[in-house]
Design a protein around this ligand. Structure first.
Ligand code: V47
Length: 393
């Protein structure tokens, strides 16, 4: 069906015509998409682009989370996970051996990725993670490490008083395979001051990502929405990510993160609603025309929105997870983990075809459906893709 037939807002029609012509959208068009009440129209346009990129495929992985510390030098109003340095006894600070033992509880040969992030802890910086990555790779040689946000890398360079490039090179040599997209929050200074004052600012976040991409490591990117930001600030955040992607091609996936207010300084705010969750997924799919994947992170939006989001622009659901702590600390109720069979059932019930992937989005032993869908090409040659491994559960 022609997606324009589902557009009812007259202001959305010309935007839809630009999308169908395959042309890039600008800021004003982004603001129309972010503010229209024609949710079905926006969703139909985003679904059109999603199917052009990925056909019916929805990606997922078998992963585990590992948070070696929650002790944090930052005091972000948005966060319910961190324990301040002044009360560090109330938090946890695992030794490398403890962290490896924690990982060993949940990791078997079917798990392809460990997602590792932690608080900004001055006692656990480059040398700690270098040793942790080496130990993890020695114990679980098949595992890929998606670890360290741009904020953590920036913090390590400052605390260790070494160049950022040295931090990245050491962690890469110790086994870092890719970086998660967290810590970007919202780039607008006005809102950033309120939700995460003193944290690595938006320009620096982008600069660190540029450096990581330049050293051949792919990263994800995120946007935290549903707090004090405006629709215009959401659009500007996405356009800043798009600008960097045009330069480096190093972003592989964008993840909209739904703000969870419980146990934060914003506990008076309501959680995000389904309309904002779906419209943000769709807005991202339509503006981020060169970022291959858009993830509906089921831990944050819940299973049902994650299912519907696969018709609003999302082509990835993240993974099986098991021990998620950041969203849970802020009142998340979607769950701590999900068996592979259930993730696949969610995808199939939404009318999509599940594709098990690794950290770098290489299908794991699945046949390419060969349905003519085209993932946007990376404009960079700095980032190479390695060979795939078959590790089906
Ligand atoms: O960095 C913190 C955000 C992020 C809250 O790259 C909050 O594949 C909501 O980045 N409510 C961590 N969000 C999660 C994250 C992520 C998750 C899954 C996959 C990937 C990926 C990345 O969550 C933090 C911060 O931006 N966050 N507190 C909160 N109260």
């Amino acid at each position: 069906m022609d997606p324009l037939n589902l557009v009812t807002d007259p202001a959305l029609r010309p935007v839809g015509e630009t999308v169908l012509a395959g042309r890039r959208l600008g800021r004003d068009e982004g603001i129309v998409l972010a503010t229209t009440t024609d949710l079905v129209g926006v969703g139909a346009l985003a679904n059109h682009v999603r199917e052009r990129f990925h056909g019916d495929r929805t990606y997922y992985n078998i992963n585990r989370h590992l948070n070696p510390t929650n002790v944090c030098a930052a005091t972000c109003a948005l966060c319910a996970f961190a324990v301040p340095l002044s009360r560090r006894g109330e938090g946890w600070e695992w030794s490398v051996e403890e962290a490896v033992e924690r990982a060993a509880r949940d990791v078997d040969e079917t798990v392809s990725e460990l997602h590792i992030v932690g608080g900004l802890n001055p006692s656990m910086t480059t040398a700690y993670y270098e040793r942790l990555f080496r130990e993890l790779k020695a114990r679980f040689p098949w595992i890929q490490l998606k670890a360290m946000t741009m904020v953590e890398l920036d913090f390590f360079a400052r605390v260790d008083r070494i160049p950022l490039e040295e931090v990245i090179a050491r962690l890469r040599d110790a086994g870092l395979d890719s970086c998660p997209g967290g810590g970007a929050e919202i780039f607008a200074e006005r809102a950033r001051r309120k939700i995460c004052n003193h944290k690595t600012d938006g320009n620096r976040w982008l600069e660190v990502a540029r450096t990581v991409h330049g050293m051949g490591i792919r990263t994800n990117c995120t946007m935290l929405y549903g707090h004090v930001e405006t629709p215009e600030e959401r659009v500007d955040h996405l356009l800043a990510l798009r600008g960097l992607q045009d330069e480096t091609g190093g972003f592989q996936c964008f993840i909209p993160l739904a703000f969870h207010p419980a146990n934060t300084a914003f506990s008076h705010l309501p959680p995000t609603g389904g309309r904002l969750d779906l419209q943000t997924v769709a807005l991202a799919r339509l503006l981020l025309d060169t970022i291959p994947h858009v993830k509906a992170y089921w831990i944050m939006v819940g299973e049902k929105i994650a299912q519907v989001a696969q018709h609003f622009g999302a082509d990835d659901l993240d993974g099986t997870v098991v021990d998620e702590r950041i969203t849970r600390a802020a009142g998340g109720t979607a769950g701590r983990g999900m068996p592979r069979s259930r993730l696949e059932a969610l995808i199939r019930e939404a009318g999509r075809t599940p594709v098990l992937r690794d950290t770098l989005y290489r299908p794991l032993g699945e046949e390419d459906p060969g349905d003519g869908a085209t993932v946007p090409a990376s404009p960079t040659s700095a980032i190479s893709r390695g060979a795939s491994t078959d590790r089906r559960q």
